[in-house]
Design a protein around this ligand. Structure first.
Ligand SMILES: O=c1ccn([C@@H]2O[C@H](COP(=O)(O)OP(=O)(O)O[C@H]3O[C@H](CO)[C@@H](O)[C@H](O)[C@H]3O)[C@@H](O)[C@H]2O)c(=O)[nH]1
Ligand SMILES: [Mn+2]
Length: 471
């Protein structure tokens, strides 16, 4: 036993596997290269001689073509870097469970949304629910919804989502539901649940979901949330119907002002990093666009196999999952399945340590995103916030998310340089007014609501899917 245990400890949490058929590909690539060389040679040997006044244009055309072929050949050689030695990564979740189950890190998931007209709240909360249903200790899981410039419709939808989550999460656990986005699940499901579930149980949860979705959609249709969005502040219960703690759910609305650059998703991510470091401070951060969902509830553990590997984990800054899209056109006219990128190039670049960060579906170490120095700033903010009253706490959190925070702070001058993006800005939207609703602190300003899971219900329309797999 003892020696077996010791041996187990030595086993890595992931392995890197060389792709099959590499030799064959290399032989093929060499033949293409020889072909390119012969074209170059042909062009040089048969270059029309200078001095022929009648056919002078032929020489220039020939040289032009030669230049184009040289350029193409050079480009082709460069592209071979991403095809020469592809690798794939295989995580071992069972080893992670055996060795680290008691010391799993906190994971903060950032879902970004910006406009309820383009990104319907019903869709957004389906994404949120799929994130809440990850197979991960719920007390270590926090989902932050960033609603840029704030929309009370999105806020209302999130409230509904948190109610529905009380039913949805136990249902997902019990019947090992995949995918955990209710929209995707009910669209694909065959009206029965696996693992001994009855048709009635399926109908029951579907009814709850349909009702939730209906409430959200009619609120959106009339641009009117129910008169009273009431959060029962005496309800400290953040548990599902089986009594299990729900993941922490945070709504953050970032302020947008016409005279401040907001940097789109990157700006929202910056605010989320600051705010989350003062609330949950999860060591691992996953970012997801609001029109994506998880199709594998083991994804967090898959990613952790890389971060927590004893020998190589410290070298890994981020784990990017491929993205897969549901609503492709017939024959995928626009190449949206990203086959070449996800099946070939990512694997090829990964072998050189250069895997691409493609946005949604990426796990980062927090310290990589903000640096050790600014991780400290987050910690200071966190300790400051924990010492003061709830009301002050929300005020301080508002400062952290404010668009002016990046002015005259270390964070602003240093960290933002890391995330500088193209400077073309659309007209920032106005912040919605919330004075008809008692749950917000004030109207016209930045609002942060923190509700630790479980107060509420949700559903959605899905347009894209996040595939789980490791590059
Ligand atoms: O001011 C803004 C603008 C956008 N977003 C959010 O950012 C996300 C992405 O924006 P979008 O315009 O939808 O970008 P896409 O081109 O659809 O997505 C590509 O670009 C994203 C941002 O880099 C990546 O996350 C995606 O993986 C990649 O597919 C969405 O959730 C938006 O709600 C904000 O939070 N604030
Ligand atoms: Mn998008």
């Amino acid at each position: 036993m003892g020696s077996e245990g010791h041996q187990q400890k030595q086993l890595p949490l992931f392995e890197t596997v060389r792709a099959k058929g590499t030799l064959l590909y290399r032989v093929f690539a060499v033949t293409v290269f020889l072909g390119i060389c012969s074209i170059w040679t042909y062009r040089l040997i048969h270059l029309p001689p200078a001095g022929q006044t009648r056919w002078a244009w032929r020489r220039y055309a020939w040289l032009g073509l030669f230049g184009a072929e040289l350029w193409f050949g050079f480009y082709w050689i460069l592209t071979q870097a991403s095809r020469w030695s592809p690798v794939s990564r295989q995580p071992f979740k069972d080893r992670l469970c055996q060795r680290h189950d008691h010391e799993l890190p906190g994971v903060d998931i950032f879902v970004c949304t910006a406009d309820p007209a383009i990104e319907p709240p019903a869709m957004v909360i389906s994404t949120v629910l799929s994130m809440m249903a990850y197979d991960y200790p719920t007390e270590k899981l926090a989902i932050y919804l960033s609603d840029d410039a704030a929309s009370e419709l999105t806020y209302y939808a999130l409230l509904e989502a948190s109610r529905f989550a009380k039913h949805w999460l136990p249902f997902c656990r019990k019947f090992k539901v995949q995918p955990t986005s209710p929209t995707a699940y009910f669209n694909s499901s065959t009206e029965s649940v696996g693992d001994g579930g009855s048709h009635e149980e399926f109908l029951e949860i579907k009814k709850l979901y349909d009702e939730t979705k209906h409430r959200i959609e009619s609120a959106c249709e009339h641009n009117l949330v129910p008169d009273k969005i009431l959060i029962d502040r005496t309800d400290s219960e953040a548990v599902d119907i089986e009594g299990k703690v729900l993941p922490t759910l945070v709504y953050m609305a970032r302020e947008k002002r016409p005279d401040y650059v907001h940097n789109f998703k990157a700006g929202a991510m910056n605010s989320l990093i600051r705010v989350s470091s003062a609330i949950t401070g999860g060591k691992i951060i996953l970012n997801v666009d609001c029109d994506m969902y998880s199709n594998n509830s083991d994804a967090i553990r898959d990613a952790l196999c890389f971060f927590m590997d004893e020998d190589n984990g410290h070298e890994i800054a981020f784990v990017q999952f491929p993205q897969r899209f549901d609503n492709l056109t017939k024959n995928d006219l626009y190449g949206s399945s990203l086959l070449v990128e996800s099946k070939v190039e990512f694997h090829g670049l990964d072998s050189h340590g250069g895997v691409l960060f493609i946005g949604s579906g990426c796990f980062h170490r927090r310290e990589i995103l903000c640096g050790m120095k600014f991780g400290e700033e987050g910690k200071i903010a966190a300790s400051m916030v924990s010492k003061i009253s709830k009301e002050h706490q929300l005020r301080d959190l508002k400062d952290l998310a404010s668009c002016t925070y990046e002015k005259n702070t270390h964070w602003g001058s240093e960290v933002r340089k890391l995330a500088r993006i193209t400077r073309h800005y659309s007209q920032p939207k106005r912040i919605s007014e919330f004075d008809n609703c008692d749950v917000f602190l004030n109207a016209g300003g930045l609002e942060i609501r923190v509700f630790s899971g479980g107060r509420d219900h949700g559903a959605g329309n899905q347009v894209q899917g996040m595939e789980i797999g490791i590059l």
